[in-house]
Design a protein around this ligand. Structure first.
Ligand code: BTN
Length: 259
């Protein structure tokens, strides 16, 4: 069933939402709506995204009918040092929504630090949480989620790195229902953004821990740390132990698993 205003009206009930058959970026629209006063839980959903954004200025586009593309407005009351937890909210919520899909056993679902959701080791969803400030006042956070439902990556550069739910399950997914289940998990975890239970749920699903990783630090293409992903902390930082035994606390980095 296609995503439409009517299908979303039927399942989202009283939740404020804006649906677009095509949009440039749901995060950009949600940012503007947040600044106009959108309440917590409001969501922008699109069927097609043409200039979507990922981390590190990557693009995240999706043809019509193939994905869940949404940006949820959060108004978290946490210290700025804990805003990284918005990414945890998104990642854990997607993992839990996926766990409701028939033919997707829990063992197939994992999280790669910091913001990727994996199905059988390939990326099925990405999270882009962006804090919106007015001066030094936090207005809120836009939690962008892109979830591949039936994108076919065969023959593309992403063929071995990315996947879609239907590719793995072979079962047709009702995107409106899955979007609704995902939003309910976001509501649940957004209300607990400062709690240890969110951190535990995120940490418990991270498949990165114990693996050898390379880290490219944001804004720096040349310096890469290599070592063992030891642990994560409650603010969402990754602790990497390099080969000399020194620990590095990574707050914003692009993490690649070493084969
Ligand atoms: C990443 O893995 O780098 C994050 C990707 C986030 C993509 C989503 S799609 C919906 C929302 N709107 C955007 O422009 N980006 C996010």
């Amino acid at each position: 069933m296609p995503l439409s205003q009517e299908s979303l009206d039927a399942v989202l009930g009283l939740r404020p939402f804006r649906f677009f058959p095509q949009i440039d970026s749901t995060n950009d629209h949600a940012r503007a709506w947040l600044l106009e006063g959108a309440p917590a839980g409001a969501v922008v959903i699109a069927d097609e995204q043409t200039t979507g954004r990922g981390r590190f200025q990557r693009t995240w586009n999706a043809p019509p009918g193939t994905a869940i593309l949404m940006s949820v407005i959060l108004r978290p009351e946490v210290a700025p040092s804990k805003l990284g937890r918005a990414t945890m909210v998104g990642a854990v919520s997607v993992a839990e929504a996926l766990a409701t899909v028939p033919s997707l056993p829990m063992e197939m679902i994992g999280l790669k630090y910091p913001n990727d959701v994996l199905l059988v080791g390939r990326k099925v969803a990405g999270i882009l949480a962006e804090a919106v400030w007015e001066g030094d006042r936090l207005v809120g956070v836009v939690l962008g989620i892109g979830l591949n439902v039936r994108i076919d990556f065969t023959g593309t550069a992403l063929a071995t790195a990315a996947t879609s739910i239907e590719r793995v399950t072979g079962v047709s997914i009702h995107r409106t229902d899955l979007a609704d289940r995902l939003l309910k998990r976001v509501d649940h975890w957004a209300a607990r953004i400062g709690e240890r239970s969110l951190f535990n749920a995120w940490r418990g699903r991270l498949t990165t821990l114990g693996q050898r990783v390379s880290v490219r630090l944001s804004g720096d293409d040349t310096w890469a740390i290599q070592g063992l992903a030891q642990d994560v902390d409650e603010e969402g930082a990754l602790i990497v132990r390099d080969d000399s035994g020194a620990d590095h606390r990574i707050i914003a980095g692009d993490v690649t698993l070493q084969s």
